[in-house]
Design a protein around this ligand. Sequence first.
Ligand code: MN
Length: 252
Amino acid sequence: MNILLSNDDGWRADGLRALEAALAGLGRLTVVAPDRNRSAASNSLTIETPIRVVEQDDRRYAINGTPTDCVHLALSGLFEDEHHLVVSGINDGANLGDDVLYSGTVAAAMEGRFLGLPSVAISLVHDGEPKRHFETAGRVACELVERLIATPLQSVSLLNVNVPNLPYESIQGTRVTRLGVRHRAQPVVHGRDPRGRPVYWVGAPGAGQDAGPGTDFHAVDHGYVSVTPLQFDLTRHTALPRLEAWLSPDDV
Ligand code: MN
């Protein structure tokens, strides 16, 4: 079992180290991760500049690209041997609801799925508390990956996992969830650089809005691990007939 690990927080991130430690017994691990924090890179690919790969340690590679670049390279020619599974994380922060559209952690797993492999994205949900229970998320990742190896999921193979920032013993269980929705993000933050020029920061994400029972937000808020199966098809299938009618009103 060859397992590819990546993330969006960069190859030095504590969450990735914890993931490596947790999955060490499950197969041969290869880490291909960005050389710096590329959080919120979404599914971007680097196509206008060359990508360089630096082997930092045995089977641990840092690249000057995005999370999607990492998985794309790793599964499309960087290595001779094939991989069987992709695990991305452990992200230092939530990937709940609309976060998945921006997330580099989820994007790395999605690239794995695009290229035909079962993939898991795993994130630790915290409120900025200094103590990060990455070891909890590592145990959760290990249990899920063991289960995936023993019983492959045929049609559902991109799992978005969010783990509360708690000691493992305090986790209430696991819930299968749908994505919730956040309120809109906090306003842009204005500032000045040392030379007086205006600078801006993208504001913090909004709180959960559609966050009731059944959602990923609700599960994590109540101490459960949230597991959401994701698909790529963004088509709003229920709107197809209405759109047909709107575009050709005379035919209806
Ligand atoms: Mn991140």
